[in-house]
Write a protein that binds this ligand. Structure first.
Ligand SMILES: [Zn+2]
Length: 79
């Protein structure tokens, strides 16, 4: 039955690799996917021109700006 066990190991390893690849793909999709039609912050539709300009945008211009400002609060003063 040793061969059978080897096959099981192989199948399991293959499945685990497959799962990891799938998780990576999902995470990649979440981080840099095709973006959203609606702003994830305020729920307003994202302008088509903005979506064309920023294909993976998940926020409208206003919320994106607010998000970036809250993430990097006035970097210049640090210098
Ligand atoms: Zn918004």
């Amino acid at each position: 039955m040793e061969k059978y066990a080897d096959l099981l190991d192989l199948a399991q390893a293959h499945t685990e690799r497959e799962i990891q690849l799938r998780i990576a793909a999902i995470q990649h999709h979440a981080n840099s996917g095709p973006g959203s039609d609606f702003c994830i912050t305020c729920g307003e539709p994202i302008q088509e021109s903005r979506r064309r300009h920023v294909p993976n945008a998940k926020r409208c211009a206003i919320c994106q700006e607010a998000e970036e400002r809250s993430r990097n609060p006035v970097r210049r003063s640090a210098a």
